[in-house]
Write a protein that binds this ligand. Structure first.
Ligand SMILES: Nc1ncnc2c1ncn2[C@@H]1O[C@H](COP(=O)(O)OP(=O)(O)OP(=O)(O)O)[C@@H](O)[C@H]1O
Ligand SMILES: [Zn+2]
Length: 490
């Protein structure tokens, strides 16, 4: 059950204030959230999933605590250059050349690839999913405002933000030094008044395919400006939460803040950053080439195990990727999903009545889960609460029949909190049934199959019993004979 009155006791870590603070939205009961989305020039990797899952859980938790959330996340389909120093080729164009596709074909190909990966991971669809190329007008308007206020200047057909005109530049990351200038071509450096100045608009050289008319000639927007233009357009002045990966703090988020505020807008009120997914201690990233795509991982693992792996560490902690990590995620997830299955299996035949002591334990686990989320969305602690519940429920079910109302209260914790908030127990992965709503049908059919197998065995028709079991094995179902009779598992 989701609260109807918004919970006033949510605390989150605000990167700008460098501490945990109480979350108070501008409009009571409503949250506007913006998340920097993918640059759609290749398939998503597990690092991208860490970010998407982190913010999906934050969104789901806020919804659970009674807030109505508008969740905006962009698609970068222009302007993200191969290095951060306003130099190098547009990542999308480089890919288009490589694959011999139209740039927009590249964008669409990888956009849909991203959507299908996110669906597999049970990530809620954004409320609005704007694209940079669809918001050129808004970006130009913002740049014009910056020029008219004296915070940007045109130079050789490009436009740069004038960092020296904005003393607040650097307030998010605390970085003031110029470490952007290195690697920049002399030509680009020569266009800037200060090497730290960043591009708002870039002149399109001859042959540059993605190009638009602007007051400064034909060109294309810089990467940072799209996020300011689209977040302000869809979430308004002083919107609540801006999120993204820690690696985007500088220069991307720093630039977003400077250009939005210098243009006279109140920008995001809270800044949230997820930490990195690493491999051998290094950030997994497309450009380093040390990545594993979600598509590959989804071929090998249950999507819910991937999701479990990601939520089992806190969003502000590093998650190290390894085979061992997947192994323990698989067994942890199985323990929870099997407990839920057992509860749902017993529910239809459970006696009426409740068990007050067990009810109190269930309520305590529920509270522990919710308290963990109120405390900066502490998902590992929330999962620990589900394990506590699992231990108590397994013990109670083994000891004898548990009343239906009590079973139902426990089921509700798994489904509403583990399912609704952490996004688990969905798809093919309740451990037993294909879909949550198909679970009773699959269970009933499996009951019949196991009964048929028992009958063969009783009639000493062992060949037929074995054949049935082998057929089940072929479709990934394992049958175990326990002291309480046969059990199956997928
Ligand atoms: N390893 C990672 N762990 C967590 N978040 C990540 C990771 N890699 C990328 N992200 C996040 O995903 C979003 C998109 O990142 P981006 O497209 O720059 O990916 P990338 O692999 O770092 O690519 P590149 O190497 O080309 O910069 C950003 O918000 C970024 O913080
Ligand atoms: Zn952004």
């Amino acid at each position: 059950m989701t609260q109807t009155r918004p919970d006033p006791d949510i605390f989150l870590y605000d990167t700008m204030q460098r501490q945990k603070v109480r979350f108070v939205p501008t409009t009571p009961g409503r949250v506007g959230m913006y998340l920097c989305g993918p640059t759609v020039y290749s398939d998503a990797h597990l690092g991208h999933a860490k970010k998407e899952v982190a913010f999906d859980v934050i969104r789901r938790a806020l919804m659970h605590f009674g807030y109505s959330v508008r969740y905006v996340t962009n698609i970068t389909d222009v302007g993200h250059l191969q290095n951060d120093s306003d130099d190098g080729e547009d990542k999308l164009l480089a890919r288009a050349r490589l694959e011999q596709l139209e740039p927009m074909e590249v964008a669409d190909k990888y956009f849909w690839s991203f959507v299908s990966d996110m669906d597999a991971l049970n990530i809620l669809k954004p409320s609005i999913n704007p694209r940079a190329t669809g918001h050129i007008t808004e970006q130009i308007a913002l740049i014009e405002e910056l020029i008219s206020r004296g915070h940007a200047y045109a130079s050789n057909g490009s436009v740069y933000f004038d960092v020296r005109s904005w003393p607040d530049y650097g307030k998010l990351s605390g970085r003031k030094l110029d470490d952007q200038a290195e690697g920049t071509r002399e030509e680009v450096r020569g266009e800037k008044r200060d090497p730290r100045d960043f591009a708002l608009w870039k002149k399109a050289e001859a042959g540059h395919i993605m190009r638009w008319d602007s007051p400064w000639g034909v060109g294309f927007p810089g990467w940072h400006i799209e996020c300011s233009a689209m977040s302000l357009k869809y979430l308004g002045e002083g919107f609540d939460i801006h999120g993204g990966g820690l690696d985007l703090q500088f220069p991307h988020h720093e630039a977003e803040i400077a250009q939005s505020e210098a243009a006279g807008h109140a920008f995001a009120r809270y800044w949230m950053h997820n930490n990195m997914l690493t491999i051998n201690g290094e950030k997994m990233s497309k450009s380093k080439g040390n990545f594993t795509t979600l598509k590959d991982l989804l071929m090998q693992h249950d999507p819910m195990v991937i999701r479990y792996l990601l939520v089992s560490s806190h969003y502000r902690s590093i998650t190290e990727f390894s085979d061992g990590a997947f192994e323990s995620a698989r067994s942890g997830y199985r323990r929870l999903s099997e407990a839920l299955h057992e509860i749902e299996r017993h529910l239809p035949t459970a006696p009426s009545g409740t068990d007050a002591a067990l009810d109190a334990k269930i309520a305590a686990h529920r509270k522990a889960f919710e308290d963990a989320l109120r405390d900066d969305f502490n998902t590992p602690k929330a999962i620990a609460a589900l394990f506590g519940l699992t231990t108590d429920m397994n013990a109670a079910i083994n000891a004898g029949p548990v009343g239906a109302a009590t079973l139902d209260a426990a089921r509700e914790v798994y489904r509403t909190l583990g399912g609704g908030v952490l996004g688990l127990f969905s798809g093919s992965s309740t451990g037993q049934a294909a879909q949550a709503d198909e679970a009773p049908v699959v269970d009933a059919l499996m009951e019949l199959v196991l009964q048929a197998r028992q009958n063969y065995r009783l009639n000493k028709q062992y060949a037929q019993a074995d054949e049935l079991r082998q057929t089940l094995t072929r479709v990934g179902v394992t049958v175990e004979d326990t002291k309480d009779g046969p059990r199956w598992r997928k």
